[in-house]
Design a protein around this ligand. Structure first.
Ligand code: 7PM
Length: 299
């Protein structure tokens, strides 16, 4: 799909996507690291993020939870107060690219000033000034598909063909980015598992993820602990690590280059198995080749 190995240039880091890379999720919300004070929760988030790096995360995604399905919008200043101290702390104390998960241009700008070098926008830069802002910041961006808005998306989910429609949307957003001056080498796409999708849609996307490789930009997949994993396994959020790693592995096998996950160690092990098996792949043999042994007919 790519003439050369796609490489994302995130500030001083060159993220070579020859093998799938792990993006560790760091939610900076009052409930995720609640030990009272603001400073304490920043420190807790930083500690968690550094633990993810030690488990093998190749990058970190910092989110102030304004983009979650069904979430009420968080005031801009609140989002900034949550994420900026964490980005500053991690920029000083970690050596992996830091992604900012936001749909607000102001947050993108402040986050990049604080040390973020990747923008993860579940709204695919459709927010006010977001396209212009991302073009100016000139860092790689992830464009995610979402049907509707975070408040409405699960309300009335209908697709004639989820694959065609999600790919069409992403094609249009890539075009809009290029028109705004964002280089194609700085674009990553994501079908947006769980965002305005039911299980059948999520499964269709995961089963046919190759369909998105034709767009010629790296694919990011985020299936970690999502309701689709819960529906398949019958498990509650914190018991979904194995199901999530299995789903991440399938995404990787279908060509996803970045896996956005909570359970970094488990995903790392799953990817190690994939790499080992891929390394033993014989290219001189194919299932279509004529077998050298002729089996006798059954008759
Ligand atoms: C509640 C429900 C909390 C869902 C958090 C979530 C993605 C993302 C999220 C994704 C990209 C989560 C989601 N999901 N960004 N942000 N792709 N690019 O599971 O799939 O973290 S929020």
């Amino acid at each position: 799909m790519f003439d050369t190995v796609p490489t994302l240039h995130c500030g001083r880091h060159a993220l070579k996507l020859d093998a799938p890379k792990i993006m560790g999720i760091v939610n900076v919300t009052p409930d995720s690291f609640s030990d009272g004070g603001r400073l304490g929760s920043s420190e807790a988030a930083i500690g968690h993020a550094l633990a993810l790096v030690s488990q093998g995360a190749h990058m970190l995604d910092i989110g102030g939870e304004s983009t979650r399905p069904g979430a009420e919008p968080v005031p801009l200043q609140e989002e900034l107060d949550r994420v900026i101290p964490v980005i500053e702390g991690l920029a000083a104390r970690s050596d992996v690219p830091i992604s900012i998960d936001t749909r607000h241009a102001v947050v993108m700008r402040e986050a990049v000033a604080a040390g973020a070098t990747f923008i993860n926008d579940v709204f695919a830069l459709r927010g006010e000034n977001a396209l212009e802002c991302a073009a100016e910041l000139a860092v790689p961006v992830c464009l995610m598909h979402m049907a509707g808005s975070p408040q409405t998306m699960q309300a009335d989910v209908q697709y004639d063909d989820v694959l065609v429609q999600v790919r069409q949307f992403l094609t249009e957003r890539i075009f809009a980015c290029e028109m705004a001056g964002i280089a194609k080498k700085n674009i990553v796409i994501d079908p947006g598992f769980g965002f305005g999708k039911h299980l059948q849609h999520n499964l269709a996307l995961l089963a046919n993820l190759e369909y998105f490789l034709q767009l010629g930009v790296p694919v990011l997949a985020g299936v970690s602990r999502k309701s689709m994993i819960g529906e398949i396994t019958g498990r509650k959020t914190h018991m979904r690590a194995v199901g999530s790693a299995a789903a991440a592995l399938l995404a990787a096998q279908s060509g996803a280059r970045i896996l956005r996950v909570h359970d970094v160690a488990e995903t790392q092990d799953a990817l190690a198995v994939l790499a080992a098996v891929q390394g033993a792949k014989r290219t001189d043999y194919s299932a279509k080749a004529k077998p050298s042994i002729q089996w006798p007919d059954d008759d």
